[in-house]
Design a binder for this molecule. Sequence first.
Ligand SMILES: [Zn+2]
Ligand SMILES: [Zn+2]
Length: 268
Amino acid sequence: MSIHRHAMEHLDKAHRLLESGEVDHLRYAALEIRYSIEHLFYGLIPQYKDELPDNVIEGDVWRPADIIDMIADIDPTVAHDSEIRIGEQPAPGVAPTQMIVLGRQSGIGKDLLRKVYHKLGFYLHARTDQRPHDPSHLRKRLLKLLPFVEKFRGDTLSGRGLAEKAYFKCIACGRPIVQRTERAGRNPLVTCPNKRCGAIHEYIETDIPGVSEHKLLQHNMKCEKCGSDNWLDVHKLEQGANEGMIVNCCACQAKYQLRKWIRFERLG
Ligand SMILES: [Zn+2]
Ligand SMILES: [Zn+2]
């Protein structure tokens, strides 16, 4: 049975509406396909619940595009189809001659949103020129797009959250944070999932093999007056600049105002 139960229920409804032959039902079929896609994306959230920001888990962030961006950053393999197979080795170290497929799962990526979800969105709204949508065009489009969602019916595996992970506590608020070891190699920065905190930590490998540590990402503001170092938490700087934060030098108490500015960087 497909692991995408809710998504497939909406897809079945889309099929029934399409088969009814009623012109108005075509619009509702488009809506059911969009629901189906939303369930495919929301079904990923529990698999990454330790790693996603709290506002995704609590439902404040709901746009599928935002969710898949965050998940793809955590685990780029989410976009690839995968299959688990096992087989008996004829002898130790000798590849099995026969493999049994235990299950498969289809990759989920932004192309599903671009190719299907957004294209159907056009038909859920009245046209700005106030002309009706062309029903034959919509029917053709539904029949063309259905297979992109239908392919998920054969998925029998879930459990993308399996990976080697590092666990540590946010230095600013103490919330537990999980980081995949593989991701640390691609992107050493990890943001606290607590939406009221957002502290940015930097992953640092130590001289001891297999041992790493995390430190708060900070910016050094050297005092122009006395030359002292003032280490400021990077995650507080943007909001501080928006609010015109005043910073006092820790040694001579010289006052600094935090400001944003525009800078052009030459790319080539
Ligand atoms: Zn935190
Ligand atoms: Zn100073």
